[in-house]
Every structure is written in C-alpha cells, then in structure tokens.
Design a protein around this ligand. Structure first.
Ligand code: NCD
Length: 407
C-alpha cells in the first residue's frame, strides 16, 4: 500500500498511478455522499489544519472531508497571529509539537518551500494547502478530477491557463499535472506574469506541448482578447494565423480549439507594486462575449476567489464549472485523507507503480536566489539543490524549485 504515511507537498510527490488512485476513490466517495451514506473510515483519527494565510475553500473542504470520514478536526486559522510564531517560534518547532496532537497535518504558509521544510520535521503525513507562490497540489487533484469528470479524460485536452501565472501557485502544480497526463497547454498571461522558468523547465522535461501568449490592453471590455505570441513559446506555427485572419480570426481559432479555460486572479498580495498590477489585471477577463466565441462544450474553471477577471454574468452558463469544481474539493480530499491514513487500500500493485526519479540532493554553499524561499528566512534550514545540468551549472532549489545558475 503505497500512499500510507505519505506527504503531499508538490504534485510530483505522487506518481500518475497514485494520482489516479485518489481520483478513482474520490468518485466512490462522491457517490457515497450522494446516497447519504455514513463513512466512518477515519474514526479515531485527528486532522490538524494550520493556516498562516487566508483560506475559504482549502481549509474548510479539508475539515468537511475529515468530518465526513468520521474523524475529528482541530482547526488553527490565522496562525500568523494566533500561534507562537507571533512570538518567534520556528516552523520546525511548531510542527514537532503538532505531530504529537494529530494523525495528519494540513498546512498553508506564505513562504515558498515552507511546507517541504515542515514535512521534514513531521513524523505524521503533512499535506500542503499551498506554500507561497510555489505549489498547491491538492487544488490540482481537484482540478484534474473536474476535467476528468466533466470531459471524460485529461489526455490530449487543450487547456488554456490565463492570468497571473507567475505568482499563482495553483497553475504551477496544475501545469505539471496536465503535462504528465498528456494535455496540451496554452498560457495567456500579461507581460512579467508568465510561468516561472522552473515550471517551464519541468514542462519541457515532460515534453509538454506548450504555447504562450501575452494578453494585452483592455480590449477585453469588448469581449475579445488581444494576444501576442510570447518570445518564449515552444510552438511558433500559430503566429502565422495572426497575420492572415487578423486578431479576431485568430482568437476565434484559438477559442475553438480550447477544451478548458482556466482563469486565475492577479496575486496582489505577492506583488511589490500595485501599479503594475492594475494594468495587468485589465489585460485578461472572461465575460459573456468571450464565452460566445468559446466552444459549446468548453469548461470555464477558476480556483477562486475571483476578482475582476471572471464576470458574474458567466455564472449562469452551463460551461461555468468553478463552483462545481470547488465542490469536488470535498470528495477529493476525503479520498486523499483516507489513502494517506491507510483507511482504504489504493489497489496500486507494485508492478504498475512508476517511481518518479528524484535527482540527488546536494548541500552546497549557494543561497537560493528566491527571496521568498523558506531557506532565506528560517535560519536552521539548510539550502539543498538538485543539479539540472552541468555546463553551465544549473541547480534547482530542493524547497522552492527556483533555478540557480552557478559560476
Ligand atoms: C487559491 C490559492 O490559495 O492559491 N485558492 C484556493 O485554494 N482555491 C487561489 C488564489 O488565492 O488565487
């Protein structure tokens, strides 16, 4: 039984078979819930949620999930002010105490890599509810579940990721998950809000079909986006279309090919200057007009909360999947908790289990260049890197995944 006792910090901590085991069990959980069945799979087990950042869906759906499994919950919100970190306690010490109180911990924290550091100090499974701008793996589980449930499969689906792809952690985990399940990805982001290099590097390793566009100006008010192909795009073929059919023709062509449009808000809390943010936020939006040009069977997804990028008029459309998506968070997290606590056998045979090769870690004198990396704040955390390639020497931070060039 492979998932018992496991941490989930990055979506890459689970193999495709393990992710599928969670999604399959989520289907069973969902039908059990619909039939009003009582599930006492986790009776006597305790979930501790500790959140150092605001949350509506992640914390409450984890807690609802544990209640529905018959377990108990201790809920610690606003930990940045209500826990002993306010007195200077470290993440490591906090976790060393909480592991004595709980069978499983869910933690959200504003620093990249913080949940990985926490997991290293925990003897009980630690699940990330989001670490800074880095990853949000359980959101990805429910996003993949949504696509699979509503579109039948993930393989070969064409998915657009729109918005603040740099600071949005949900899209980092999701892009990697989509690539691993064979989806094609189109990124639409304002300049300076594109996918970070480390995510792009991971997608390349999975041979993902990736096209990137810049969204420009406030043309969205009239229901169309103006897109420019980004320099970084791995596919150049479509640029031709922009020349022949004009912007309008190109947008229609693009929308006609998209199975899923995944929107995200600008992560204002992670921006240094609000100014850049306002201009960028105006550059992408989904409204009724844009919806009119999208496919009849397209799915409009959003991790929520929304700000201006998702018009309320979209809510009435059957393609608007975001509230259903948030609802799936309960059966998916029930499945995850049950598997990690060993309450259900995932049925993954050793033969089919594909191990994800983890590059060797090396401790070196280099500091992580990401100022939001946990290793730059928690003084006892020793930076560790995995070598991406030798010449020039490129390292990947073990905690936050940022790439660091050496020498
Ligand atoms: C997201 C998050 O916290 O990263 N919310 C969520 O968990 N559904 C998205 C966001 O805050 O924009």
């Amino acid at each position: 039984v492979t998932l018992v006792g496991r941490d989930l910090i990055s979506i890459n901590d689970f193999s495709n078979e393990e992710i599928e085991a969670v999604l399959n069990l989520a289907d069973e959980m969902s039908s059990a819930l619909e039939k009003g069945k009582r599930l006492d799979l986790c009776q006597g087990k305790e979930l501790y949620t500790i959140f150092y950042e605001p949350s509506t869906r992640t914390r409450s759906s984890f807690e609802t999930a544990m209640h529905r499994l018959g377990g108990t919950v201790v809920s610690h919100a606003e930990a940045q002010v209500t826990s002993a970190v306010a007195k200077g306690e470290s993440i490591a010490d906090t976790i060393r105490v909480l592991e004595r109180y709980a069978d499983i911990i869910v933690m959200r924290h504003p620093l990249d890599g913080s949940t990985r550091l926490a997991a290293e100090h925990s003897s009980v499974p630690l699940i990330s509810g989001g670490d800074g701008a880095h990853e949000h793996p359980t959101q990805t589980l429910l996003d993949l579940y949504t696509i699979r449930k509503e579109k039948g499969t993930i393989k070969s689906k064409s998915v657009a990721l729109c918005g603040d792809l740099r600071h949005g952690r949900t899209v980092h985990s999701l892009a990697i998950g989509l690539a691993r399940f064979g989806a094609e990805i189109t990124c639409i982001a304002p300049l300076d809000f594109e996918l970070p290099d480390h995510v792009r590097d991971t997608l390349k390793a999975y041979k993902c079909k990736l096209t990137e566009y810049e969204s420009l100006e406030d043309i969205v008010a009239e229901g169309s986006l103006v897109l420019h192909q980004a320099e970084t795009s791995s596919r150049r073929g479509d640029a031709r279309l922009m020349g022949t059919g004009g912007q309008e023709g190109f947008i229609s062509f693009l929308l006609d090919n998209l199975d899923v449009l995944y929107f995200t808000r600008l992560q204002r809390e992670r921006l240094a200057s609000g100014e850049i943010g306002n201009a960028a936020a105006e550059s992408y939006r989904i409204n009724r007009q844009l919806l009119k040009k999208s496919r009849d069977d397209a799915l409009i997804m959003h991790p929520l909360p929304r700000t201006g990028e998702l018009a309320y008029e979209v809510d009435q459309d059957k393609r608007a999947a975001y509230f259903r998506q948030a609802g799936y968070g309960v059966p998916v997290r029930m499945a995850l908790i049950a598997l990690v606590l060993g309450a259900v056998d995932p049925g993954i045979s050793e033969g089919t289990k594909k191990k994800i090769a983890k590059p060797a870690k090396e401790v070196c004198s280099v500091r992580c260049v990401n100022r939001c990396c946990v290793t730059n704040t928690e003084h006892y955390a020793i930076a560790k890197f995995c070598q991406v390639h030798g010449k020039p020497k490129l390292l990947r931070c073990y905690y936050c995944d940022w790439l660091v060039q050496v020498g």
